[in-house]
Design a protein around this ligand. Sequence first.
Ligand code: CO
Length: 452
Amino acid sequence: MQETVRELFSFIEESPSVFHVVENMRRELLGRGYGQLLESEPWELKAGGKYFVIRNGSSLISFRIPREDYKGFQIMASHCDSPTFKIKENPQMEAEGVYVRLNVEKYGGALLAPWFDRPLSVAGRVLVRKNVAEEQGRIVSKLVDIDRDLLLIPSLAIHMNREANDGYKYNVQKDLIPLYGMDLDKETFMEQISGAAGVCAKDVVGYDLFLYNRVKGSVWGAKEEFISSGKLDDLQCVFASLKGFLQSEERVGESVPVHCVFDNEEVGSSTRQGAASTFLQDTLVRVNEAMGRSSGDYRRSLSQSFMLSADNAHAVHPNYPDKACPTNRPKMNGGIVIKYNAEQRYTTDGVAAALFKDLCGRANVPWQTFHNRSDERGGSTLGNLSGNQVAVKCVDIGLAQLAMHSPYETAGAADTDYLVRAAKAFYEMSVDEPEYGVVECSSSFNSRITAK
Ligand code: CO
């Protein structure tokens, strides 16, 4: 197995919830000398310093201040959440007087069928009231991961629904309720969760707990062309962009390298920590202030900034080739996908695409293009949402994959490396390099205007 794929799989396996993704990144950044900033404290930043800030324990922005005065921001964004099921309050539900199930609700636009008949577990965070004398009443957040096969959603046998293979409309409240145990106390689940967090059940005053698929990542195919794992959308981009960001430390350009990972993309991003929130804007404004720059300087910086919004893309499905655009047909292992949409659900335009293709050329990374079929609506992503708060030139990209939003997705074994290389090259370049800063027009109309 390639080293990058091995690292990607361990990153995903150690990240069973969004809170774990952010905690893993936090540890990595601390280990590399990044200082953690708190939104509730004043920020003192130094030229040459490396920092990060976390909001809600589930979104993280890291950045480095250049030694010299800087021009703009080089931003790369991806998302850490994936479609899943969230454990409701009062979760235990009995059936037939002996079985105990857990009551869940859907998070994001999951493909439901692949959630059946596979081992599942629970991870997330619990909020705990501290009872130590000096900390009386203080509430702290603790990560929890049961980390063993715990639950399963069993299918109904074909004999009891002969039409099961003719298409079935799933009802989340009836069909997707996981089986948990038999003959249990009312409090068993919360006791198990609090035990895993190392606290007393009575001290747990809140939680955000999610199901996750226990099947580990796999490399497969005649020549090991393919990888499959949970959460490739979008942890493949989170992992690759972080690796490129960290590798780029050697060469500091004339802009501030900014690495963003946002929660809640799968539910529309409109939360306090989502891509549509003020998190990125607040962070960039505070960097600007802490470096003693004016609001005019901030606006000049934005005009010289560039953003890569990295979220996985659809490869042409070999069994459904008719579902793809006739002339833009991404393949797994074909390089980074540039995503286009005329109505700007993706931010890419001709200029941004030209800049990104040039970047790929310099990094020696292949690229390909994606449009939806003109009669399909398709999905949306981060770029146009963060653009509402921080209006910078942006290109939407991703890695080609199949089975998006299944709990076990498939992608190309070579592509993660391409994104690591492109991210590294992106963070090492300067926005004011002529080929990135100048848009020359050669039409006679434009030359007439400039001539006056
Ligand atoms: Co995504």
